[in-house]
Design a protein around this ligand. Sequence first.
Ligand SMILES: Nc1ncnc2c1ncn2[C@@H]1O[C@H](COP(=O)(O)OP(=O)(O)O)[C@@H](O)[C@H]1O
Ligand SMILES: [Mg+2]
Length: 613
Amino acid sequence: MEKKTKAVKRTDLKQKETYHHSIGQTIRYLSHYMHGYWKDTIITWCAVLIESICEVLVVYFMQDLIDSVQNLGTSNSLNSVYLYAGIMALCALVAVGAGIVAGIFAASASAGFGKNLREAMFVHIQDYSFRNIDKFSTSSIVTRTTTDVTNVQNAVLMIIRAVVRAPFLMIIALIMCFITDWKLAWIFVILIPIVLFALMGLAKVVHPYFVKVFNTYDALNESVEENVDGIRVVKSFNREDDQIHRFKGVSDLIYRCFFRTESIINFNSPIMQGSVYTAELLIAYFASYQIVQHHPVSFDGSVMNVGKLSTLITYIMLIMMSLMLISMVYTMIIVGRNSSERIVEILEEKPEIVSPSEPLMNVPNGEVDFEDVSYAYVKGKPVLNHINVKVPSGATIGILGPTGSSKTTLVSLIARLYDVNEGQVLVGGHNVKDYDLKVLRDAVAVVLQKNTLFTGTIRDNLKWGNENATDEEIQKACDVAQVTPFLKDMPQGLDTQISQGGTNVSGGQKQRLCIARALLKNPKILILDDSTSACDTHTDALIREGLQHERTDVTKFIIAQRVLSVKDCDEIWVMNEGHIVDRGNSETLMKTSQVYRELYESQLGGGDFDASK
Ligand SMILES: Nc1ncnc2c1ncn2[C@@H]1O[C@H](COP(=O)(O)OP(=O)(O)O)[C@@H](O)[C@H]1O
Ligand SMILES: [Mg+2]
């Protein structure tokens, strides 16, 4: 129960989001993504127009047909019955054909629009910095590029046809009503605004529930994504019940919102039916009164008759149909608005980290210089405070510190994964912000703490580091990263398939593959963020040894939990709460740093064994 209210509360919070754009602005913004499909849209509109004209003609000739049937006693009248029936059949045929054409092209236009939108979002997301991604959360980005785009695409599919059909049918039917019998047409003039007003009112009532539904979708997806992504953890902690409970809470909220929305939308039908019957009754009453009385009712002295009456009733149906279409479009706009706004937010998000206009295209060496660097993820809560430290090119730096001491944050600044708030980070003597982003990130290889392999062969994955890497280079990187020993045991060697997320290799093997991938970039700076944590100490030592001998000119940052992993570094930084509290080589730190000495003694206590063995 507690979890349930938590989920509900979170969505309530999101409720307070306000729209950045008016409906008109959003439509205009999104209409750009019709490019390449305007032709289909225009063909749809033409076809819909033909369809609607034919439909009205069918009704129009119906009156003549009925009149001819009534006058069957006189000569030639059977011929005119055939004529009108023929014309009507032809019109109906054309209407059906045009309807099919309209359906096909509307589908193409809306699907093309969805495709453009999805692609534009995906391309744009590639430019996002880590901070941009933090802002939306991964699951929300996924919902927005999938569910939300599908919503808008479906809305476009319906709107594209209705937007021409509804007003056309309405206007033509009204005109025809006036032509057929102007004195009875007033019934519509009164009825239409009332119905429209009722429908709009309905849509307004429903709106907040729709907003709630779509916001809750984010929570739902987050729940599913987190659960499936972490299914192994969930199972090992026996948390299935808790997860199911959490999911049910969100799912239940969606059920209630949908139930509410659909119940309210259901009133659509009685409003429509009620108005149709009212109009029919009124017209039937007045018309039959006149028919019985044989009162001339038009200026031209024409008389109300059964043909006119049935035509009028068919026009009522046409007008009501167009009203229904209008109310549907209105509902679609309301449903689509929330999704549209969420899509526009993704597209309008400014990538925070971009290359400068005249970038440096070469990183001269691996020197790194932090000058008075501070950083905060959340305003007012700095996680790095005035860091001043210089690392010569080719040095090996070890970083120790408890979790949360900002080790990852500090090294992330070197590759501009985040931008400093204060001070500057220099690489090769230049501010990182002066480099072309691609050039900088090619020179700074980061093996992230939370790493990912992609679906494909091991070779494909390694080539991410360098597309043009030769087999020889790959072999060498695999030797240094200690991939070779386990690669030998794999039946297809480098061509072994990695399954999604790299679940078919062990944690340590995955880490070693990630290191090999980074080495293939031939970086000037190599950052290993806890990258050998899942490897045994022996492998760990072999990797370090390999790096030291094979990549002497590369500046290396090794973040580790084990003292053993950093013991032989040129310099070790001990970090705590966003500060480098102690610096020096192992020997110095044993004398000067109490934290280091305690760590050393607890981990390597007593034994003076050689790390490299
Ligand atoms: N993406 C993020 N958004 C907000 N806060 C973060 C983010 N990443 C890390 N932090 C916070 O910054 C601090 C330092 O984190 P981090 O650099 O990952 O530490 P370490 O690598 O030493 O464990 C922690 O308090 C953590 O909660
Ligand atoms: Mg970390």
